[in-house]
Design a protein around this ligand. Structure first.
Ligand SMILES: [Zn+2]
Length: 267
């Protein structure tokens, strides 16, 4: 399996990154893409990639970008910093980028400017995009449509939207990332009913660790921290609603992630 969304620079992983990676390998998570959410966090995830690449060869990759929550921090210097970070061989995508009108931690206009600059950067560098969207589908779709001829590939990570939004993203030939949200018997219901509509070659899986601990894990870990080793719960949650085997979904999502992020074969 490949976990395409891990926030490994979170302070909740401070002190036991090597153990987390070892448990991931034991749980058959052979590669992962660490999420950059600001210039500083993008640097932080890249330095984790570098620090552990001897011990875990061909396993760690990262994205560099600015999350909509951090859009107010965006300026021309941050764009130059992202452009430079993106040159690193372990940097495989631009993002996390997009719009979040749920918590509106940055004003909408700042979010849109930051998002569009990253779409342009991805187009310029011909790198895939790792996208976030929460309660902002209408505007996100409008912006993506106006750039669709320029950027190459994009994945909507942690998709939790409605049917119309899903089909609009698929119509634009985007990929869809599914997290442990699918394992939530309450707020995951809509996603459970929609997941079978995602073409297998458009699907990828992620934990979004340390967030979104799958509710199907029993007993619940005392610290409630999610980690890549729990990706199998996401896989099982998807298999349960799609009528395919876990093996089929694991191998398809692996191939998709390797092609999408242009990853080398795992060691
Ligand atoms: Zn996100």
């Amino acid at each position: 399996m490949i976990d395409i969304g891990v926030n490994l620079s979170s302070k909740r992983f401070k002190g036991d990154v090597a153990d987390v990676l070892t448990r991931a390998v034991d749980a058959n998570v052979l590669q992962m893409v660490l999420t950059g959410t600001s210039v500083d966090e993008s640097r932080a995830v890249l330095s984790i990639c570098e620090e552990y690449s001897d011990q875990f060869p061909s396993m760690l990759f990262a994205t560099c970008g600015i999350h909509p929550h951090d859009a107010l921090s965006f300026n021309t210097q941050s764009l130059d910093a992202l452009r430079e970070l993106a040159q690193h061989p372990q940097m495989v995508a631009i993002g996390e980028a997009g719009l979040d009108f749920n918590r509106n931690l940055s004003p909408a206009a700042a979010q849109e400017a930051c998002f569009e600059a990253q779409l342009e950067l991805a187009a310029e560098l011909q790198l895939p995009l790792f996208l976030h969207e929460r309660d902002a589908a209408k505007r996100q779709l409008e912006i993506l449509k106006s750039y669709r001829d320029e950027f190459n590939e994009a994945v909507i990570h942690c998709f939790t939207g409605d049917r119309k939004t899903l089909f609009s993203y698929l119509d634009m030939d985007l990929h869809i990332g599914i997290t442990g949200w699918i394992c939530d018997e309450r707020r995951g219901q809509e996603l459970q009913s929609l997941a079978k509509n995602i073409p297998l070659q458009r699907l990828m899986i992620e934990t979004d660790a340390p967030y979104l601990l799958p509710r199907s894990i029993q007993p619940v870990p005392a610290d409630r921290r999610n980690e890549p080793a729990f990706l199998s719960y996401v896989l099982a949650g998807i298999a349960a609603v799609r009528g395919e085997t876990e093996q089929q979904i694991a191998s398809a999502t692996c191939a998709n992630a390797q092609r999408f992020f242009n990853l080398p074969s795992p060691d």
